[in-house]
Design a protein around this ligand. Structure first.
Ligand SMILES: [Zn+2]
Ligand SMILES: [Zn+2]
Length: 250
């Protein structure tokens, strides 16, 4: 039971910070916050992502490329150009590493506007940090596990960020229904996205990439947007765009 709580808790927190901090804030600037609040978000993101920490800068550049070239040959991770999800994620990881190490030459329009904290980035992206977090997860399992099969979940903790990326990038452009006739292959995989907390509304998101609420129809619900609205009520963040309901085409 404790392992299940640990797994679900880590999964949901990791999905929330990737969706809110990397995607909606760093890549799309859907909301603003003070420098102090940004630093708190950044530290919490590192604490939650741990061994699979992703740099907001590298993520944002990669993600802006995805939107600009969605499902074309220049899209960094379109499932239509790969035979399986592993080869797609391997190619994505190589491009991410190039952005992280600044050995890539991204178009200038994809640069800027994301949080940068070189000291934290250096520590969080180092192998010593990744191995330390990975070991800590292992020790938690040794302490809390009550059956051998529970250890099968442990590797998912180690690569939680890429696992979430794989689910969204593969399923969100392959399985589900479409509300909008976008030029790409984006789809909404679930009407209530309890798995990726709103990220699987890819079709709605590609139709209106600046809109903070990824749900578009009455029966759809974007949990990350709900949580961000609660945080906005405290004054810690401010939405940039009008998040009023957007009527779907279908
Ligand atoms: Zn997409
Ligand atoms: Zn996006």
């Amino acid at each position: 039971m404790a392992i299940l709580v640990l797994f679900v808790g880590h999964w949901l927190l990791s999905a929330f910070f990737q969706s809110s901090f990397h995607h909606r804030y760093a890549s799309h600037r859907m909301f603003s916050m003070s420098r102090r609040a940004e630093r708190i978000f950044h530290v919490l993101t590192y604490a939650v992502q741990g061994s699979s920490y992703l740099s907001p800068r590298a993520y944002a550049i990669l993600h802006r490329e995805h939107h600009a070239y969605s499902d074309t040959a220049r899209d960094p991770h379109s499932p239509g150009f790969f035979s399986n999800v592993l080869s797609m994620m391997w190619t994505t990881a190589i491009r991410y590493a190039a952005h992280l190490g600044r050995t890539s030459s991204p178009e200038s329009r994809f640069l800027g506007g994301y949080p940068e904290w070189p000291a934290l980035e250096r520590i969080a992206s180092a192998w010593t940090s990744r191995l330390a977090w990975g070991t800590a997860y292992g020790l938690l399992y040794v302490w809390l596990a009550t059956a051998w099969w529970q250890f099968l979940l442990l590797p998912v903790h180690w690569v939680m960020g890429p696992v979430h990326g794989a689910i969204v990038n593969w399923c969100g452009h392959r399985y589900g229904y479409r509300n909008f006739g976008t030029a790409d292959a984006s789809r909404n995989s679930l009407p209530f996205d309890f798995v990726m907390l709103g990220e699987l509304f890819q079709n709605n998101h590609h139709h209106a990439a600046g809109r903070a609420d990824f749900a578009a129809r009455r029966f759809e619900w974007d949990p990350t947007h709900t949580v961000l609205r609660l945080i906005a009520r405290t004054g810690a963040i401010q939405f940039r765009h009008d998040t009023a309901a957007l009527s779907a085409a279908a």
